[in-house]
Design a protein around this ligand. Structure first.
Ligand code: NCD
Ligand code: ZN
Length: 403
């Protein structure tokens, strides 16, 4: 009942990134989403915002990011500080190549992350273990008890970037899940099946029925975060479940639907997994995010890829949102007239789920325009950020003067 793929299926993703044809160069990649652009999705929400009073700034506890890809090497050195300047803590995804599966690997990755952020930052990377069919329960639980691992990440094998070593069937990690349940270690889930007969737009909803529900019945006390939810089915399922299930929501799934990615030309920098869905789903996610329900909290899923691996015949999935993450989220809350609930979503519900202290430091988000760079670069490495080339109505000021 747990199987999410026929084991004989070849990986859809592995090898794909090696294809480097330079296609689609004629497309205006950085075209802003506005009323002249068929990808526009903001008109209604912007009208709603004008009806409510608009404060010129918002001071909140420093937020945490509960889902981040920082990569390694040159990429890590380029991207890490964008996350560290916005967030106090971040859950670091372990899908490196090779993946982070041991306490020793997590310790040394954490050191490389700390070396990559600006020296004055007070930033805490929270490390995760990448579950494989063979991973040992002792390594996982030992790492949790030593304070090295904050959680485990479950990637169904071949579901996304660097997931080939992921779990082929939940039945194979029953012992590990039992142990995690016993020691109170959270499980973070990429909730999509990979069956070739399931449409990519349905993979999250099918995962909930076929994998997540039975898993929750078998492990009722296991704390689970359904990562980067994208559908109204996920919103409903998480809302109806008990307190052991929570979900992260990305900034981009609150802002864009599949039209934004596909109408008027394909925009590879808006392609991510789980893929953006219909407008109906985006609206359900927005209602969940601003509802004040503590089961929904911030996780950017910032996932940088070099420009040539995105703008190609078979492009990688992932949106690099770290440079404008809070600016992007706060826009949604302002548009929904819910700025008073932004702190709960960004800074309180996550730590409460993880049973960690709230951050005492404050940040200020000012309603001040900023221009987002078209590209973030270091030497030959170039990455296109979310909202590249657009102007944003909000700007993060790093330290609130009175705090
Ligand atoms: C992520 C990546 O590139 O590592 N990509 C993405 O589209 N979100 C992996 C993931 O979280 O699925
Ligand atoms: Zn991710």
């Amino acid at each position: 009942a747990y199987s999410w793929s026929s084991p004989s299926l070849p990986s859809v993703l592995s090898g794909a990134v090696r294809i480097r044809y330079r296609m689609c160069q004629y497309l205006p990649v950085n075209r802003p989403m506005n009323d002249q652009n068929p990808g526009s999705i903001h008109a209604g929400a912007a009208a709603a915002e004008q009806a409510t009073p608009s404060p010129s700034s918002l001071v909140i506890r420093r937020p945490d990011d509960w889902h981040v890809h920082l990569r390694d090497g040159d990429e890590l050195r380029l991207v890490a500080d964008y996350t560290a300047r916005q967030f106090a803590r971040a859950i670091i995804m372990p899908n490196l190549s090779p993946p982070v599966t041991t306490i020793a690997a997590a310790r040394s990755y954490r050191e490389r992350i700390l070396a990559a952020v600006a020296p004055n930052r007070r930033f805490t990377p929270l490390m995760t273990a990448y579950l494989t069919d063979e991973i040992s329960a002792d390594e996982i639980a030992g790492g949790f008890e030593e304070g090295v691992f904050a959680a485990c990440k479950l990637y169904p094998a071949n579901v996304t970037t660097n997931s080939a070593a992921g779990v082929t069937d939940v039945a194979r990690i029953h012992g590990v899940l039992e142990r995690m349940q016993r020691v109170g270690m959270p499980l973070l889930v990429h909730g999509e099946v990979v069956d070739s007969d399931v449409d990519i737009f349905d993979r999250e909803a099918v995962f909930i029925d076929r994998v997540l529900s039975p898993m929750m019945r078998d492990f009722p006390d296991l704390k689970i975060v359904l990562d980067h939810i994208t559908t109204e089915q996920a919103v409903q399922f998480v809302s109806d479940a008990g307190p052991n299930l929570a979900a992260t929501i990305t900034a981009h799934h609150l802002e864009i639907n599949r039209n934004a990615m596909l109408v008027g030309g394909i925009r590879p920098h808006l392609f991510c997994l789980p893929v953006v869905k219909r407008e109906r789903h985006r609206l359900a996610l927005r209602r969940a995010a601003v509802s004040g329900n503590p089961k929904f909290f911030l996780g950017t899923d910032t996932a940088p890829h070099a420009i040539e691996t995105k703008e190609t015949a078979c492009g990688c999935a992932g949106i690099f949102s770290a440079p404008v993450a809070l600016e992007s989220y706060v826009r949604t809350f302002a548009e929904e007239g819910a700025l008073d609930r932004f702190q709960a979503f960004a800074s309180e519900s996550g730590p409460r789920f993880y049973e960690l202290p709230l951050n005492e430091e404050r940040v200020r988000l000012a309603r001040r325009e900023q221009q987002v760079p078209a590209v973030v670069a270091s030497g030959p490495l170039r990455i296109v950020p979310f909202h590249a080339g657009e102007s944003m109505q909000w700007t993060l000021e790093e330290q609130a003067p009175e705090s």
